[in-house]
Design a binder for this molecule. Sequence first.
Ligand code: HEC
Ligand code: HEC
Length: 419
Amino acid sequence: MKGLVLLFIFFQSALAYSSTDLDERLKTYVNNFSLHPLEKIKETNPKLTVVGKKLFQDKRLSLAGDISCQTCHGPSFGTAEPIPLSLGTGAIGEGRERELSAGTILARNTPSLINKGQPGIFRQFWDSRVLFHPREQHFITPVSELNGDGPAYADITDVLSRAINKSLAAQALFPMISKEEMVGPGFEHLSPREAWDLITARILEDEHYAQTFSEIFPNEEINIGHIALAISHFEAVIFQRTNTRYDQYLRGNLSALTATEKKGFLVFAEEGRCIRCHFGPNLTNQVLHNVVVPPLGPGIDGRGHDRGAYENDPREHLKYRFVVSPLRGIKDTAPYFHNGSALTLDEVIEHYNHPFRSIDNFMATNINEQFRETYNGPLLVDRTPYRLFAIKESVSPIIRQLGLSADQKAQLKAFLLAL
Ligand code: HEC
Ligand code: HEC
């Protein structure tokens, strides 16, 4: 009996010990990989937030008049979209009910907007086609008149430069001029500037907007930059997760994470190798990598091909690369990856566990079963051997087969759910 009690005490203390041991081991990673808790962005201009919110929900930003930012970035879906590939103007419904109808299947999944206004975030879009260069201090976007020092559209960039996050403000200009996303039929002939000016004029026809803008920006000529500024202000201030259980743990509340989650945190840092790319306060180093996500859907060329950052900046080393995603709030933003080819976090983990097997065996069977009505048929899956070979050939050198055990995968998932 005495022996049993001693044994019990031993196990109790071993348990307690292993918990602090875990915390100690994690501390090294927390320090070496700058895993700081996020600081909440403070509201500095509530009036701008109110008008930004209204614009975010306003279908008049779409020249066709049938789609708003919120149609795709639904706050009830973690500001992402619960379908693998987004559907643009002409499609009907919202969220899981959205259907192709007369719309277009887009190349990419709708990403979440959570914490995209944080100071460390300077790239926007999966392929970084809009960015505010942190060293050069200027914009790089698909519209050259906004780019570099002394841009031709300085009237717009001057306004964007006042934003909490300049890249986020510049980003907001682009859905409005995307033919498939928001513009719609009848306006294809407009240049970006013509489309932006037309949208601005339509918005200012509304007395309420005209009044509010002149209050917030007295004596300024309102242009599309002001509209983008307001939207990005709303996004940056409202779509935040800065006090998750992970943040609380980093702030020193060691019981904010369970033992299983801490073990998952260790898998994230050690055997899982996730921390090599997902680090820093936002859990992204903002670098572009190819993690061999299987092709899904029409791609950029309509034939199933999406070469990532190379599509917009055709330099060989950028082929198949995408920006490392930040991970807070990830539990609410399925499906995952640039084309939504992973429906669950289990599938994400399985992908990283056996990356080449994942891309070689991908058939989209589940996706086509669950989303047949969404897309009015099965999604295209490019399985051309030379294509898959090309993607695998340029894989990031950090990526390798992990061989995680079932326990480790479950722990890793538990950790991701606490982010
Ligand atoms: C048709 C659906 C749709 C609409 C409408 C839409 N978006 Fe998006 N959004 C997407 C998709 C899809 C992407 C990813 C595109 C890509 O990276 O190629 C995206 C990307 C973004 C990003 C980049 C996030 C990141 O992680 O890089 C931001 C910010 C954003 N959208 C904000 C907006 C705003 C603001 C509006 C309205 C002006 C808007 N979106 C309208 C689908 C949509
Ligand atoms: C080589 C760098 C790298 C490593 C290592 C890495 N990731 Fe990623 N991660 C990325 C990139 C790049 C993306 C975007 C890829 C895409 O969509 O094509 C991404 C996307 C994700 C996403 C999807 C985000 C979203 O919003 O859809 C999750 C979840 C994720 N990673 C988790 C992990 C986990 C867990 C590990 C460790 C097992 C890991 N990552 C290891 C670079 C990396």
